[in-house]
Write a protein of this length. Structure first.
Lengths: 263, 164
């Protein structure tokens, strides 16, 4: 490049392509390009280079596991005050109360909108996203003894894992869902081509036993129930009756185990 | 910060050229950002956070010796580069279109850029930052950003033109 002013013109062409040129400079550049076909060709080339970069090097989605790790880092920090654990427990308790209430009464009209719906909505969105991404679990294993410690290392409550192979629901793996700023262990079971994701949340409400009715959220079925220690939210694209059967089997499998979850 | 993670991850992946390293870098950047955030509000979170990601990437690369982040040495190569894309004849649009269909080659051409040019190109064309925001994130004058961007695009265009 011999002509030094020509360098500036190239910078200006790039700025034009990037929409960084004001109207006055645009006008000037248009005139120049009209008089100089080579300059106009340069402009087209820069624009096509930029377009090709957009097409072939798009922004990538951050891996789900990374997003969840960071969400787990970020959220407790955001509410961190002298009593941050208290704040977290309160938020969680509120949501659990709402979940338990909804499960127990199972009347749409009486259900408090807010925390419980937000949790279900969140878990349904999670489920849909995992399905679409083709990555329904962070740890893939049908072995409870592999899944359990993995979940324990990533969540604050230890997961109860039911072996439901005999009922036709095979354990596929586990992942972490973030519910109300808390990482919650989620088990993924499969029946035929359908996946069922069960998220376990700490239950603090007494008297919330009893099977909840199956709800439909955004086209997915949601079952909720709880025992003395935990609340469960199962999300699936399987049909209503089968999800109810799954919830029943899961509850039944829990009973004899009697293993109390560690905090 | 969560809505920015795709941008952060893309930038980190281009700078480190390794998906696993990129995750480490973004996580480190997130920690730094969270620490920095306590008590301050940030006007423009995107360039702010991407600057942290960029710095985290530089630290990571220096520590792990994944790739030499040598700004001084690398600059000379591209500074010598003719800014104009192609030769003096008007380029043949058909030919350009064909060459730009080769996504793999294009990505390799981008990956081969020296770090200052690479980060500028990625921040502009992938993260969509404005010139001023890139200048802020890379702590460079806008003129330098413009020059690096033009040179980066020119180098990519050249790489696409050269017969493999």
């Amino acid at each position: 490049m011999t002509d030094p002013s020509s360098d500036d013109r190239i910078l200006k062409l790039n700025a034009a392509v990037d929409g960084e040129l004001d109207a006055a400079h645009w006008l000037e550049l248009e005139r120049e390009m009209r008089d100089d076909p080579a300059l106009a060709a340069q402009y087209r080339l820069i624009a096509s280079t930029r377009e090709a970069i957009h097409r072939h090097a798009p922004r990538e989605a951050a891996p789900r596991a990374l997003v969840e790790r960071i969400a787990a880092l970020a959220e407790p920090a955001k509410v961190r005050r002298p009593f941050w654990t208290g704040a977290r427990t309160l938020a969680l308790a509120a949501s659990i109360a709402a979940v338990a209430f909804a499960a127990g009464v199972s009347l749409m009209a009486l259900r408090t909108p807010g925390a419980s719906d937000a949790a279900a909505q969140r878990l349904v969105a999670d489920f849909a996203r995992a399905e679409i991404a083709g990555q329904p679990f962070d740890v893939a294993s049908s072995d409870r003894h592999t899944v359990k410690p993995w979940l324990a290392a990533h969540a604050t409550i230890s997961a109860e894992i039911a072996d439901l192979a005999q009922e036709g629901f095979t354990l596929e793996g586990g992942r972490i869902a973030i519910v109300d700023r808390v990482p919650a262990p989620t088990l993924v079971y499969r029946k035929r081509e359908h996946l069922i994701a069960v998220t376990e949340l700490p239950a603090t409400m007494a008297g919330s036993r009893g099977a909840g009715a199956i709800e439909t959220v955004d086209g997915f079925h949601v079952a909720r129930w709880s025992d003395a220690n935990l609340s469960y939210v199962a999300v699936s694209d399987i049909d209503e009756n089968e999800l109810a059967a799954f919830a029943e089997a899961f509850r039944a499998a829990q009973k004899p185990a009697g293993e109390s979850p560690a905090r | 910060m969560l809505p920015l993670l795709d941008d952060a991850y893309s930038l980190a992946k281009w700078l480190s050229q390794n998906p696993t390293d990129a995750e480490d870098i973004v996580q480190d950047a997130a920690l730094r950002a969270l620490q920095a955030l306590s008590g301050v509000s940030v006007d423009r979170p995107k360039p702010w956070f991407l600057a942290i990601v960029r710095n985290a990437a530089m630290t990571f690369m220096a520590r792990n010796r994944r790739k030499t982040v040598s700004y001084a040495g690398d600059m000379a190569d591209l500074d010598a580069l003719d800014l104009r894309q192609g030769d003096d004849r008007a380029p043949d649009p058909e030919q350009e279109l064909i060459a730009y269909e080769d996504g793999e080659r294009l990505r390799q051409a981008i990956a081969g850029l020296p770090s200052p040019f690479l980060e500028t190109l990625v921040m502009r064309d992938i993260n969509g930052l404005s010139y001023r925001e890139i200048a802020e994130a890379t702590e460079s004058p806008v003129g330098t950003v413009m020059s690096r961007l033009a040179r980066a695009r020119s180098a990519v265009a050249k790489a696409m033109k050269t017969n493999p």
